[in-house]
Design a protein. Structure first.
Length: 547
């Protein structure tokens, strides 16, 4: 029986042997292109919520190469098609007429003067890292270009070309070229700018902005004439486009949020285009404010400052300034992102304790709290003023940030219970057990990140704003800040009980914080009708090392 099957298989093979080459060809054809076609590392690029670039980090191979973008701007697509491959929309990967003309010209001149390559073939050559231009290599490119056309749409092929074409120096792809040479998104290119970039990939080592400008200008203007002849622009637009100057050397990319760019890389977004929740206008304003305050801080030996701004309703980060630049050449750790660096909390945790005791019914705003000298073992807390009031209302103790009443309150509430609460609401830096911190937990004995603190305070405000007398609390109001743009979720889940603090307790906490004395020129804020009511809380550690 087995022998019979073997004889049958042999007969089939003998009768249909001529199909074997076809089968091999089909297998090679189907699996000849790798997926993905390009595996080059890309730059990490951050954009604000409206698509304005915030910053970028060069790729691991030292190239400015953005993530593949299939949405090629119309002006560049039209210009490069007209310049490189006007029959791109119609051929199957190769153009027989162009190939024949290239062969004729090469024979006539006795050297390679024309390749006859289509955009599809150029994509293959780029993917194969520009092998030597031989007849064998050209045949391979032709075969693989046909396969590329078979498995990809024209839009996808154009996207691959635009994303990986060389534009001179270490600039790769239309996105990087547009930002490096013009400082704008490729969607905003003029016809002159699009034409300039369209001619660059043809000879990127010979002509690029800053080198052989005369040749580049001639090529651009000839392409503008072609655009006019084919009806894409009129004569007046063509003449005006020719008046536009060529770009100079590559421009530095924006660096409005350098610490967030580094953080995005650390968070797993390396080599990607990241749409953030930031607002470029607010980001630049915050950067300017820190820059303006820095000289005064520096005079007091304060060399680092950070700021984060959140949208309360969503928790989205609107501005992220991880540190300031040092004005002298000394290294004060200004590359360190202070927003995610653990620092002493000082008094910044006092509102959380006050709110917890209000929430649990252990305290009222007017409850008197002892403010007298105290000592517990070797722990001797003192008020900043080194004076004592005997007894103060709890809300005044918070607004004045008195240390001894805070320690008394923590002693009553229990530092173990408070330690557990802090971890639940979002403090991620409590690496030791509760006994390690003890009562000093309320006076800066622990460390926290500005990121976590901002997230908790915004979550409290969000809980208060979203509270509905009839529906209760939104279960999802407590969460860390968010800097990656996402579609906001509608509030659908409500609960009768709040996550950690009820709305009344949060309102009373903020009311006490409104009474905190504002610093410097903000001290008499009530006298200005345009001033907003703001809840304040300072968190200064010993020696003003952390504020």
């Amino acid at each position: 029986m087995v022998k019979g099957k073997s004889i049958l298989s042999f007969k089939l093979l003998r009768n249909y042997w001529y199909l074997l080459p076809l089968i091999v060809f089909l297998l090679v054809f189907l699996f000849s292109l790798p997926r993905p076609l390009f595996k080059d590392p890309c730059s990490t690029v951050l954009f604000d919520r409206n698509g304005v670039m915030l910053g970028a980090k060069i790729s691991m191979d030292g190239q400015w190469r953005f993530e593949d973008n299939e949405n090629v701007p119309d002006k560049f697509r039209i210009a490069v098609t007209l310049y490189e491959d006007r029959w791109f929309r119609y051929h199957p990967g190769f153009n027989p007429v162009s190939m024949a003309r290239a062969v004729y010209l090469n024979i006539k001149h006795g050297r390679i003067v024309s390749g006859g390559s289509t955009i599809s073939m150029q994509v293959i050559r780029l993917a194969r890292k520009n092998h030597d231009r031989t007849i064998i290599e050209k045949l391979i490119e032709l075969f693989l270009a046909f396969k590329l056309e078979f498995s990809n749409s024209k839009e996808e092929i154009m996207g691959l070309y635009a994303s990986h074409a060389p534009f001179g120096g270490n600039v790769v792809g239309i996105d990087a070229a547009s930002w490096r040479y013009y400082g704008i998104s490729p969607d905003h290119l003029s016809w002159a700018e699009a034409a300039t970039l369209a001619v660059l990939p043809n000879s990127p080592s010979l002509i690029y902005p800053g080198k052989n400008q005369r040749i580049l200008l001639d090529k651009r203007n000839k392409l503008l004439d072609k655009l006019m002849e084919n009806g894409y622009i009129d004569k007046t637009s063509c003449q005006l486009a020719k008046c536009e100057s060529l770009p100079g050397k590559p421009m530095p990319l924006p660096q409005s949020a350098p610490h967030l760019t580094e953080r995005a890389v650390a968070d797993g977004y390396q080599g990607r285009n990241v749409i953030t929740t930031l607002d470029i206008h607010l980001q630049e304003k915050i950067n300017a404010i820190l820059e303006a305050h820095y000289p005064r801080l520096e005079a007091n030996e304060v060399h680092n400052a950070a700021a984060i701004v959140l949208d309360v309703s969503t928790g989205n980060v609107l501005a992220y300034a991880g540190n300031v630049k040092s004005h002298d050449l000394k290294d004060y750790g200004n590359d360190v992102d202070m927003i995610i660096s653990p620092r002493s909390t000082g008094s910044i945790l006092k509102p959380f304790l006050y709110g917890a005791m209000l929430n649990d019914g252990l305290l009222l705003p007017t409850s008197l709290v002892p403010d007298v000298p105290m000592q517990i073992g070797s722990f001797i807390p003192e008020n900043y003023s080194l004076s004592y009031d005997g007894a103060v209302p709890a809300k005044n103790a918070l607004s004045r940030s008195l240390n001894i009443p805070a320690v008394k309150m923590l002693q009553s509430y229990g530092y173990n219970q408070f330690y557990t609460l802090l971890k639940k609401i979002g403090i991620t830096t409590l690496t030791n057990n509760a006994e390690h911190y003890g009562l000093s937990l309320i006076l800066g004995g622990a460390e926290a990140r500005l990121w976590d603190l901002a997230g908790i305070y915004s979550s409290m405000a969000r809980t208060l704003n979203h509270f509905n007398v009839f529906k209760g609390y939104n279960k999802n109001d407590y969460h860390p800040p968010v800097y990656i743009s996402k579609t906001p979720k509608a509030i659908t889940e409500y609960s009768e009980k709040s996550s950690w603090y009820d709305a009344a307790s949060i309102w009373l906490v903020f009311q006490a914080m409104v009474e905190v004395s504002r610093p410097d020129e903000e001290l008499f804020w009530q006298q200005f009708s345009s001033s907003s009511v703001i809840a304040w809380k300072t968190g200064t550690s010993f020696g003003n090392r952390d504020a």
